[in-house]
Design a protein around this ligand. Structure first.
Ligand code: PSU
Ligand code: MN
Length: 304
């Protein structure tokens, strides 16, 4: 048996057929500093409600898989120290041993699917790290997208990754990468990149239909929806390039590896941009939460 626990709000939505949007918790524990992380987590939940869906922030707390957190649980998680960062490999072990951990994109997808939630909003997914030809550091998020039927809304992939290689792996794994409203694949803090998006769709209804069609065809896996950061909130790619280079060089100097790489780079970039990266990050996560709510609503409608 899986100790799966829905919050009161999510349980109600589940039985009433109200659209639900899953949200991850690693962004709270490892992606942003306190107290902004708590403010953002609450704000993103409010954005989902305002858009007509119900938010389900996912985390493992004392061995229970929580689908939707009460405000007291969210507050505790945002301040907790040494919380595990859970992916496919370690999630079951954490639940089985009564542990507490935040869920990455991969783990959140697994939990959402178990709870029958089809849409998930986040900031950015993990991908192929620079230098992966030596380190073999490729996020389990990519393989999860290939096998778990959840549509994930992100703002593209961060330039801390090798974005071209990330797109190649997604193609090899058979993951549809759909950019919203433009031809260029967005680069997280910047709305465009030199890379062309494999697919483009201009509205939530089409994305919901594509999600359903994969299911009808018996194709496993989800979809990656790349939703560009709003122009007024973006940071120019040229401004970021030297900062990312410096952050990567620091990570190498300090021998950062494995799970620690992404949180380290995010924190370094936050420092080097004097907080600008966080302001942009907040804007894009909120934008993704609103768009994911539209997809969740479209999935509930008969003609999707
Ligand atoms: N990218 C971001 N912010 C994040 C993450 C990625 O812009 O917070 C987190 C997500 O939870 C993602 C995880 O699933 O990092 C990927 O970690 P890794 O590269 O270790 O797989
Ligand atoms: Mn990794």
């Amino acid at each position: 048996m899986i100790p799966l626990h829905r919050s009161a709000e999510v349980a109600k939505a589940h039985s009433n057929g109200t659209p639900v949007v899953a949200l991850e918790s690693t962004i709270i524990t490892h992606g942003m500093p306190y107290p902004q992380n708590l403010e953002v987590a609450r704000q993103v939940e409010a954005d989902v409600r305002e858009a007509g869906a119900i938010p389900a922030t996912i985390a493992v707390i004392h061995g229970r898989l929580h689908i939707g957190l009460e405000d007291s649980e969210l507050t505790a998680l945002a301040q907790a120290k040494n919380v595990a960062k859970l992916s496919r490999a370690d999630m079951a072990a954490c639940i089985a041993t009564g542990g507490t951990g935040a869920t990455t994109v991969a783990a959140t997808m697994i939990a959402a699917h178990l709870a029958e939630i089809a849409v998930f909003a986040t900031g950015g997914i993990g991908g192929v790290h620079k230098g992966a030809e030596d380190s073999f550091d490729i996020s389990a998020d990519l393989m999860e997208l290939a096998q778990t039927p959840v549509t994930v809304v992100a703002a593209g992939a961060k330039a801390i990754l090798d974005v071209a290689k990330t797109l190649e792996v997604l193609e090899t794994q058979g993951v549809p990468v759909i950019t919203v409203g433009q031809d260029s694949f967005p680069a997280f803090w910047s709305s465009t990149s030199p890379l062309k998006s494999p697919l483009r769709m201009d509205n939530a209804a089409d994305i919901a239909s594509a999600h359903k069609m994969r299911g009808n065809m018996g194709l496993p896996g989800g979809q990656l929806v790349a939703n560009p950061i709003p122009k007024e909130d973006e940071i120019a790619a040229a401004d970021l390039a030297p900062i990312i280079k410096a952050a990567q060089a620091d990570a190498n100097t300090h021998g950062i590896s494995g799970k620690a790489v992404t949180p380290y780079l995010l924190q370094r970039i936050f420092e080097l941009t004097e907080g600008r990266s966080l302001t942009a990050n907040i804007a894009l996560v909120r934008n993704n939460a609103r768009f994911a709510s539209k997809i969740a609503a479209a999935l509930m409608s008969k003609d999707a």
